[in-house]
Design a protein around this ligand. Structure first.
Ligand SMILES: Cc1cc2nc3c(=O)[nH]c(=O)nc-3n(C[C@H](O)[C@H](O)[C@H](O)COP(=O)(O)OP(=O)(O)OC[C@H]3O[C@@H](n4cnc5c(N)ncnc54)[C@H](O)[C@@H]3O)c2cc1C
Length: 464
């Protein structure tokens, strides 16, 4: 018997605890020039879902996936495991830009996407600890309670019902979980908790078993019309799909297309039944609260907390380095934030800390598109909402590439192009000022109990 060594065990808690059969990363690098129908750059969810649906639409297509590291090395193997219907651009902004019907169609497609992933997980026998427990957002102050009510009313104004987004009073909220100071909250059923690395690693094996070739340790340095350049060889392709999300600025000519922002997480040791009886989350509901600077968590299948937040600085020049995956200030603060929300978890041992870059377009709008003149396709800019949205990307790109007329290819994010990020140092100043403003807004709201206008300024920065 050969012993499998999980070389990537430091990438995240999820990677660290993958079963051995999912860590065998033995795919060769590209060493010669090849010619395929579709070349996909990046083996995260975006690249792999695109391959998956291309194979469904046309099993004859030859597909090469070029991955700088290994399948699931990026955000797809590190995230909080919320497979959600959240879309980074507000439905109001979509309505202003594209009309109410299109805005509504986009959100309906997001809802349907969570169900689509659920169906594929079942039909392909993907073991990724899928649990459709929904998401409970706690309102932990009077201000947050008003925000929760407004949030739900806003969705109802768009025609959704309590079955989609419901305001819950204190008792109904406690039935999901006991957060300190909770006065109520909102609940949506359109979220599932998953083990993200298990999903991405199995997706890789599925598309490979159906004929796609995955080249690992194969970094793409340049993309030209119908040609992709790597150190080991060039790939000629009718279509090229860029699926590199936060890493995009590393590709020649794409420095300002996406800004990589780090999100950071911790995992606790498995907690006892006694502790969980004081916390709840019995259906493995994902959770957050109504503060400004995003926090997110889930109860894992092995009864830990996996908990994360933004707040790490943007790094000058859109730099990405392994050392940025850990940030003492944020990682040291997360256990305290978790314990403050769930006092029963205070003292829980922190067994893992990690992080990774997500991708943000300058106008905060995700997009999926194809330039039919050059055969260049892309998808990304999901901010922190890519686990579900990447599946919609995969189906959309497969339809665009195969020329399939579907409802997906007319959604308002299709072929949307954000303006580029500012050159440095303005990008650094703007991105970090935005992060700082959210932190200040929360501090001010905790102190005064009144809404902070600083957050509105950030809203204007992101075009809301
Ligand atoms: C800590 C964290 C928590 C998050 N939590 C959530 C969450 O709970 N819910 C949610 O919906 N979203 C969450 N997100 C965001 C979500 O994980 C991403 O939006 C999603 O995984 C993006 O998938 P992707 O395939 O587009 O990109 P990635 O998974 O980042 O994949 C890109 C791949 O491209 C490869 N690559 C990059 N450059 C090159 C190159 N030049 N040549 C070849 N290959 C290259 C990378 O190695 C990588 O494997 C989180 C992100 C992070 C970092």
């Amino acid at each position: 018997m050969t012993t499998q060594v999980n070389k990537y065990s430091d990438v995240s808690f999820w990677w660290n605890t993958l079963p051995a059969e999912l860590t065998t990363a033995n795919r060769p690098a590209l060493t010669q020039d090849i010619d395929v129908d579709v070349a996909i750059i990046g083996a995260g969810y975006t690249g792999l879902w695109t391959a998956y649906y291309l194979q469904k639409r046309n099993p004859q297509l030859s597909i090469a996936i070029l991955e700088a590291e290994v399948v699931g090395f990026g955000a797809s193997g590190r995230n909080g495991g919320w497979c959600s219907a959240y879309f980074p651009t507000s439905i109001d902004k979509l309505g202003r830009l594209h009309g109410a019907q299109q805005a509504r169609a986009m959100q309906d497609a997001m809802h349907a996407t969570v169900t689509e992933v659920e169906n594929v997980v079942a039909s392909e026998n993907i073991d990724c600890d899928w649990q459709r427990g929904g998401c409970i957002s706690f309102a932990r102050s009077e201000l947050q309670r008003e925000r929760a009510q407004d949030y739900v009313k806003h969705w109802h104004d768009w025609g959704y019902t309590d079955a989609d987004y419901a305001y819950l009073d204190q008792d109904a909220t406690n039935a999901h979980g006991y957060a300190s100071d909770s006065l109520g909250g909102s609940f949506t059923s359109h979220v599932a908790a998953i083990n993200p690395a298990k999903l991405v690693r199995q997706l890789g094996s599925i598309v490979e078993s159906r004929g796609a070739t995955i080249f690992e340790n194969t970094r793409v340095t340049q993309i030209d019309p119908h040609v992709v350049t790597t150190a080991g060889g060039r790939v000629s392709a009718k279509f090229i799909v860029r699926a590199t999300e936060g890493y995009t600025p590393q590709i020649k000519g794409m420095k300002r297309d996406i800004a990589p922002i780090y999100s950071l997480m911790i995992a606790t040791e498995p907690l006892s039944d006694e502790v969980w009886s004081q916390i709840g989350l019995a259906k493995r509901e994902t959770f957050t609260d109504f503060r400004n600077l995003i926090i997110y968590g889930q109860r894992t299948a092995d009864n830990r907390f996996a908990f994360g937040g933004r707040g790490a600085p943007y790094h000058f020049g859109s730099s990405i380095k392994t050392e940025y995956d850990r940030n003492n200030k944020v990682h040291n603060s997360l256990p305290g934030v978790l314990a403050e929300i769930f006092p029963a978890a205070s003292g829980a041992k922190i067994t893992h800390s990690w992080g990774g870059p997500l991708g943000i377009a300058r106008d905060w709008m995700a997009s999926a598109g194809l330039d039919s003149d050059t055969g260049f396709a892309w998808a990304g800019g999901y901010v922190g909402d890519g686990v579900g949205t990447t599946n919609l990307s995969g189906r959309t790109l497969a339809d665009l590439i195969t020329g399939t007329a579907s409802d997906l290819v007319t959604l308002p994010w299709v072929n949307h192009k954000s303006r580029k990020w500012e050159p440095e140092p303005f990008r650094w100043i703007g991105a970090n000022a935005g992060l700082q403003a959210m932190t200040l807004a929360d501090a001010s709201e905790n102190r005064t109990g009144k809404p902070s206008h600083i957050a509105d300024v950030v809203g204007r920065f992101v075009g809301e």
